[in-house]
Design a protein around this ligand. Structure first.
Ligand SMILES: Cc1cc2nc3c(=O)[nH]c(=O)nc-3n(C[C@H](O)[C@H](O)[C@H](O)COP(=O)(O)O)c2cc1C
Length: 181
């Protein structure tokens, strides 16, 4: 499948968090709301998902590495970005302005380019208790990033995949967009 220019383009950024294998749920929800969808995975995140299934669903290759200088841009510009699941690591690096992989490069630039971004962290309460994490969320909020409501699960307790609301990303983005809900 190639670009569908009649539809807005949602770029999903997937990190190496426990629920990443279920990102198909967000892709399905976005397709139902008439988004054209692409996926960027962090280099670690690539190992957490079924790349073949995601590519079959989106009709596009997953992107994870930078293009080479001189290569054409491989996708159309995003109309919105959903970071789901977002890891502790990527949230902190993003807020600190670290751009050492493609996903972070896109995320560090997006707010200043006027692209609406929603982030749904998935992490445990020990990670969330780190003071850097609270400051990172504060900084992302100041940048205009929309933050999901997932309450971190207890460490080593099996996670909270059943209460991770993928569609919250679309609900957060909807008021920022004139097109789909
Ligand atoms: C099985 C497994 C599950 C993990 N789950 C999470 C998680 O749910 N949330 C999180 O923030 N980190 C989790 N981690 C740690 C991240 O994978 C690690 O911090 C990684 O460097 C994040 O990379 P990224 O932010 O570039 O995607 C997990 C690691 C493993 C091995």
């Amino acid at each position: 499948m190639s670009d569908q220019p009649d539809k807005p383009f949602l770029q999903i950024v997937v990190c190496a968090s426990g629920v990443a294998a279920d990102v198909g749920k967000l892709i399905t929800a976005a397709h139902e709301r008439h988004w054209d969808v692409g996926v960027i995975a962090t280099p670690q995140g690539l190992g957490f998902l079924d790349a073949e299934a995601v590519e079959a669903q989106t009709g596009r290759p997953i992107r994870s590495a930078w293009r080479s200088p001189g290569e054409p841009r491989p996708t159309r510009p995003a109309d919105a970005i959903a970071v789901a699941p977002a890891s502790f690591n990527t949230v902190n690096k993003w807020a600190a302005g670290i751009s050492d992989n493609l996903a972070l490069g896109v995320l560090c630039e997006a707010p200043a380019m006027g692209i609406p971004v929603a982030v749904l962290p998935y992490l445990n309460s020990a990670q969330a208790a780190h003071p850097a994490y609270r400051q990172s969320l504060e900084r992302l909020r100041e940048m205009g990033v929309l933050i999901g409501s997932y309450e971190p699960h207890r460490p080593k307790a099996g996670g909270g995949a059943d209460r991770y609301r993928w569609e919250e990303a679309l609900e957060l983005l909807a008021p920022k967009l004139s097109a789909p809900a």
